[in-house]
Ligand binder design. Structure first.
Ligand SMILES: Cc1cc2nc3c(=O)[nH]c(=O)nc-3n(C[C@H](O)[C@H](O)[C@H](O)COP(=O)(O)OP(=O)(O)OC[C@H]3O[C@@H](n4cnc5c(N)ncnc54)[C@H](O)[C@@H]3O)c2cc1C
Length: 417
């Protein structure tokens, strides 16, 4: 058998999570697959993920864990390739797994195990991967001479990809083109908008995009408060736009981070307030009023330091009862205590911004799923053009859901390219 070396059944743009998954799935079906990656290394986000341990999926994956203009879109792919399918591949490769809270699945040793596994699968299936490939443009090829109904079922090339590899121009052709170039978050790890440009070129709609799973910044007195409390973490409940999460907040020099803030950032829009419940498991009003009756001589800050860090209590005192700092509980009115308790349960803050794409784990929004088949990930109006992973308007919660979407969407496309 002879090959035209510039011609492939499938070209995949992007050697990240969904691109690699799609690549070996297609190659296992006998397709000749080439993956083009602009960076010097493949899978950079996988290596950096989960603090180097890659939170690769979660035991409980539901459509509710994803945000999209069409909340039903993700269901077919998640069913076709579930968390259990990925977990069994991980087990087949002998990778040691560590389960953390909220059923999150991490590598016990290193995120590298996941990348090595994906690359092993690619190698076994005969996938070709080229790095240092800067895509310049893609264009559809005219399919002349075949007007019969099998026109799109034969194996002729439908797309041409122009690229620079190590600064040298190349033109390649393929029957199916997969856009797996990810999204805008963390440009230094490969974040790019080329997937959106390709979608626009083929008249696919885009939904608004913004940084997700990202820390908050503040411009008012909260900014200096965060600086002073930098390094402190505690479990809180945070609410915004009817969504709540209970997890750790981490005060930083730049503002508020930690899993709970990353989760709620997906539901926050510029100008929105967030509400923090500093003692989510306690009826603070009842506790303060009862203690006033039984131990009236206590200072409020002394009582609060039984449940909250000293430094935080000092900051709250400055905000909410500076004049009564040295008053005992008995010297404070019930009304004052109720007001402070309500603030503790519902501390309302207005972030000035998020840290943006520089540190965001994901990009919300993307290629509008209305134009994409939920079964195959193929553009409905553009035969042979597929989109997988984060470039699509599907964003997961923190907890392994974004990788699961990459695996599920990559696999689904891999069956049809
Ligand atoms: C720091 C960090 C930690 C994360 N941790 C987790 C976690 O623990 N669990 C989880 O579920 N999710 C995590 N995520 C999110 C997860 O990494 C992404 O959702 C996932 O990688 C998306 O997969 P993808 O294939 O769509 O895109 P990516 O994995 O981003 O892959 C896209 C690839 O395309 C390449 N590319 C871009 N432009 C071009 C171009 N013009 N030409 C050729 N190639 C190009 C990029 O270099 C990249 O290799 C994390 C993200 C970050 C940034």
């Amino acid at each position: 058998m002879s090959f035209d070396f510039n011609q492939y059944d499938v070209i995949i743009l992007g050697a990240g999570a969904s691109g690699l998954m799609c690549a070996f799935t297609a190659a296992q079906r006998g397709r000749r697959v080439l993956v083009l990656e602009k960076a010097n290394k493949v899978g950079k986000k996988i290596l950096m993920s989960g603090g180097g341990k890659c939170n690769f999926t979660n035991h409980f994956v539901e459509a509710d864990n994803f945000i999209s203009n069409n909340p039903h879109f993700c269901k077919a792919a998640l069913k076709r390739y579930s968390q259990w399918d990925f977990i069994s591949m991980v087990a087949r490769h002998g990778i040691e797994v560590e389960e953390r809270k909220h059923s999150q699945q991490f590598c016990k040793n290193s995120a590298k195990d996941i990348l090595v596994m994906l690359l092993d699968e690619c190698a076994q299936a005969g996938v070709e991967i080229k790095t240092h490939c800067e895509i310049q443009n893609v264009k559809p090829l005219e399919l002349s001479g075949h007007s019969d109904k099998h026109q799109h079922q034969d194996n002729r090339s439908r797309y041409q990809v122009s690229m620079l590899q190590d600064h040298l121009p190349h033109k390649l052709q393929c029957h199916s083109l997969v856009v797996a170039t990810g999204a805008l978050s963390i440009p230094s790890l490969g974040g790019s908008g080329i997937g959106y440009d390709i979608a626009k070129q083929f008249e696919l709609k885009l939904t608004d995009r913004r940084a997700g799973l990202v820390p908050f910044m503040f411009s008012d007195q909260t900014k200096t408060l965060c600086e002073r409390l930098s390094g402190l973490a505690l479990e809180v409940e945070v609410t915004c736009n009817q969504q709540s999460f209970t997890e750790n907040v981490l005060f930083t020099h730049r503002g508020m981070s930690g899993p709970v803030m990353l989760q709620i950032s997906n539901y926050w829009h510029q100008g929105d307030e967030i509400s923090i419940n500093l003692l989510p498991y306690l009826d603070v009003v009842g506790w303060l009023i009862e203690t006033k009756k039984k131990q009236g001589k206590l200072l409020l800050r002394t009582l609060l330091t039984k449940k909250l860090a000293k430094g935080l209590v000092k900051e709250l005192q400055l905000l909410w009862w500076p004049q009564q700092a040295e008053s005992s509980l008995a010297e404070m009115t019930d009304k004052q205590l109720i007001c402070i308790a309500n603030n503790i349960n519902n501390w309302r803050l207005k972030p000035s911004a998020t840290e943006g794409y520089r540190t965001a784990e994901v990009t919300l929004g993307g290629v509008d799923t209305d134009g994409i088949s939920s079964k195959t990930m193929e553009a409905k109006q553009q035969t042979g053009l597929f989109f997988t992973g984060e470039v699509l308007d599907v964003t997961g919660h923190l907890g392994g859901f974004n990788f699961q979407w990459a695996w599920s969407s990559g696999y689904s496309a891999g069956l049809f390219v």
